[in-house]
Structure formats: structure tokens, C-alpha cells
Design a protein around this ligand. Structure first.
Ligand SMILES: [Zn+2]
Length: 375
């Protein structure tokens, strides 16, 4: 017995119902009966000739990376673009997107997190104003075919055998990493080449692919190496307050390990500084992020929810209780990747507050320094 969607062959994961067995391993997407081939989805295909509208030209290093990616894809190879945070990963994919669209091929852009789907859709729409770009994620599933499809990894189940080029961003992140079902669904949706993007891949992701690296941000400045301050928890709060006062002319993102911490810190900081808290269980996430973009309050307290994808110009970043186990190396690298992305403030400011410096913090600093050396 086999499920043709998630490739499950474990008899314990099939259930007998109404005369047939169905797969329980991928039932959260929809019911698939055992040994039943998956039908190819029908999507519009037309040749589209477009050029990206960018405010700035790509830097020589970005151009070089973009050309390499395109060459490997044309040779029929899957590619991993290993680029530091803020290097302009999305921009590097544009040449490939244009190439596939000009040949009448279908392109999908899949991302782990919903917020980032909406952000990337907006960015791509500005770059390709004439293109019909659809964002497909929770709350946005009515229209799911367009010239270019941007979706969460989860939504790929709608697209069996659909994409000639499947771009997958943040493949080292939850929920994609370590999730066999999502991986098989992604494989099943791609009939051509895959282009993986990440700033923090682990070794297993770099196997059987061509690797293209880019460790220089467009402004050419090195990545921020955060300042690490070891203190007992009470003093961490005092120092946090000191920095927020010192950086009062800028906005700050504060990362905390747990949902409870977002509430505690929100309560305590409210006596001193305008702030809001955000985490996965808050329903009005988009609204809070939009208000932060509009500078309606100084400081946003978040769990690791916002560690990736979010770009706020000139934002300072603080990590509170930095030696908590939720902050692993890639998480910390992503968090400090929020800093120094703007040409006006290319270096930025970032602090880790912790009881003790653990391996994750040490490795984060080591890897950031290494990327600066290789830039
Ligand atoms: Zn299945």
C-alpha cells in the first residue's frame, strides 16, 4: 500500500473506510486513498516577457550570483542559494523567474511562514507591476492561480505536478524542516527545478544541490556582530530599559523566548515606553506589524515568530533571556539579520542579554564573523 502524495508505505498509517484504505499521514491536507495516483492540477500557462522594476541595480556580487543560479537551473539542476540575511535573496531569483515565465513555464514561490508570504507577494508585485501575482495562504485561498504563485509550504498540496520552477525560501525553518510530508508534497508539486534559499542551512540541506553563496549585503557593509551582555535576569531588564532609552529615536524589536515573556515585558515596559507584544496565538498579527511599520509605537516584543522575513528600516534588536534553548544558532543569526539592512543605517545595533553565554550564542557570533570574512 502506498500514498502517492506523501509516499507513505507504512500499513499502520492507513485506515480502512467505505471499502478503501486512505492515508492518515497526510490527512490534514485532504483525504487520499491508497494506491491512487494524484491528478495533475490544471493551471494557466502563457509566455510572459517582463523585466524587473528595481529601485537599485543589482550589485556586481548579486549579478554574479543571479547568473550562476540561472545557469545551473538551465542545466536542469536544483540550486541552493546560501546568502546572508539582507543580501537580497529575493532579488537574486528575479532573473530566473523572468526566464521561466518567458518560456511559458509555471513558477511557484513557497515560504514557511504566512506573514512572509504576504510580504514577499507585495514586494514582487512592486517589482513586476504588470504580473498577476497571487498570495495563497490561510485566509487567502479563493484565487490560487495566477502568473506567479506565492504560497506557504502547506498550500503546495493544491499544486500536484504544477511548477517548472519551485523557489523555496527559508527551508531550514519550521514547519518545513524535518517534516517528511511537506517535503514530499513539495517534491510532488515540482516537475522541473527547485531553487532553495536560506541564510542558515544545515549540512543535510546542502547535499545533492549546486550551491551558490552570497555573503555581502547590497550596501557592502559587514553584518552586525551583536554585543553579548551576561547578567542575572533582574539586571537584564534594567539594561534592556537603558538601551531602549538610549535608542529612543529608533524603533526596537525585542525577542523573548516564550509567550508569557511577551506579556510580562509588555506590562513592565508600558510604564516607560510605548510597546506592543506579538506571538503566534495573537489574531491581529498583520495589524500590529502594520502599526509598527507606521511607527505608531517604539518597541515591539516578539517570540521567535518574527525572527525571519520581517524588514523594518533602522530597527535595533535586543534578545532577552538569550541563553534560552529556543534561541538556537540559526534563530539568533536570523534575529540579528533584521539589523543594518538599510543604506541609511547599514551597521545598526544589536544586543544579546543572557545569564551565561551558551554554545548557540558563541556559534552565532562565530558564524557571523565567518560570513563577514567570506563576503
Ligand atoms: Zn499520504
Amino acid at each position: 500500500m502506498k500514498c502517492f502524495r506523501c509516499q507513505n508505505q507504512d500499513p499502520r498509517l492507513f485506515t480502512f473506510d467505505q471499502g478503501v484504505y486512505y492515508c492518515r499521514k497526510c490527512i490534514m491536507f485532504s483525504r487520499i486513498d491508497a494506491n491512487t495516483p494524484i491528478k495533475k492540477v490544471t493551471l494557466t500557462r502563457k509566455k510572459i516577457s517582463i523585466q524587473p522594476h528595481l529601485k537599485y541595480e543589482l550589485t556586481p556580487k548579486q549579478k554574479e550570483a543571479s547568473t550562476k543560479v540561472c545557469q545551473f537551473l538551465q542545466e536542469g539542476k536544483d540550486v541552493f542559494l546560501y546568502a546572508c540575511t539582507g543580501a537580497g535573496k529575493t532579488e537574486i531569483t528575479l532573473e530566473s523567474i523572468c526566464l521561466y515565465l518567458s518560456q511559458g513555464k509555471k513558477v511557484g514561490f513557497a515560504i514557511s511562514r504566512r506573514q512572509v508570504v504576504l510580504e514577499i507577494k507585495e514586494r514582487l508585485q512592486k517589482i513586476f507591476p504588470s504580473l498577476q501575482i497571487v498570495a495563497v495562504t490561510q485566509g487567502y485561498t479563493d484565487i490560487w492561480d495566477g502568473d506567479l504563485i506565492v504560497c506557504t509550504m502547506h498550500q503546495l498540496y493544491r499544486y500536484p505536478y504544477a511548477f517548472d520552477l519551485l523557489i523555496m525560501d527559508e527551508v531550514d525553518a519550521f514547519p518545513y524542516i524535518g517534516n517528511d510530508v511537506l517535503k514530499e508534497i513539495a517534491n510532488g508539486s515540482c516537475i522541473g527545478q527547485k531553487l532553495f534559499l536560506s541564510a542558515t542551512p544545515d549540512e543535510s540541506l546542502l547535499k545533492n544541490v549546486e550551491i551558490v553563496t552570497l555573503f555581502q549585503r547590497p550596501h557592502g557593509h559587514p553584518l552586525l556582530i551583536p554585543k553579548v551582555i551576561c547578567l542575572p535576569i533582574f539586571l537584564q531588564f534594567i539594561v534592556l530599559l537603558y538601551y531602549l532609552k538610549k535608542w529612543k529615536n529608533k524603533q526596537s524589536l525585542i525577542f523573548v523566548p516564550t509567550i508569557q515573556d511577551t506579556y510580562t515585558l509588555h506590562f513592565l515596559l508600558s510604564f516607560f515606553i510605548s510597546n506592543k507584544a506579538i506571538h503566534s496565538q495573537i489574531t491581529q498579527k498583520d495589524k500590529i506589524i502594520e502599526e509598527f511599520h507606521q511607527k505608531k509605537f517604539q518597541c515591539l516584543i516578539s517570540t521567535t515568530l518574527l525572527e525571519r522575513g520581517i524588514t523594518i528600516p533602522n530597527v535595533c534588536v535586543l534578545v532577552f533571556k538569550g541563553n534560552h534553548s529556543v534561541f538556537n544558532v540559526s534563530s539568533l543569526i536570523q534575529i540579528f539579520g533584521r539589523v543594518g539592512r538599510s543604506f541609511l543605517d547599514p551597521i545598526g545595533k544589536g544586543v544579546i542579554l543572557c545569564d551565561t553565554q551558551n554554545e548557540s550564542i558563541k556559534n552565532c557570533i562565530r558564524q557571523l564573523k565567518q560570513m563577514n570574512v567570506n563576503a
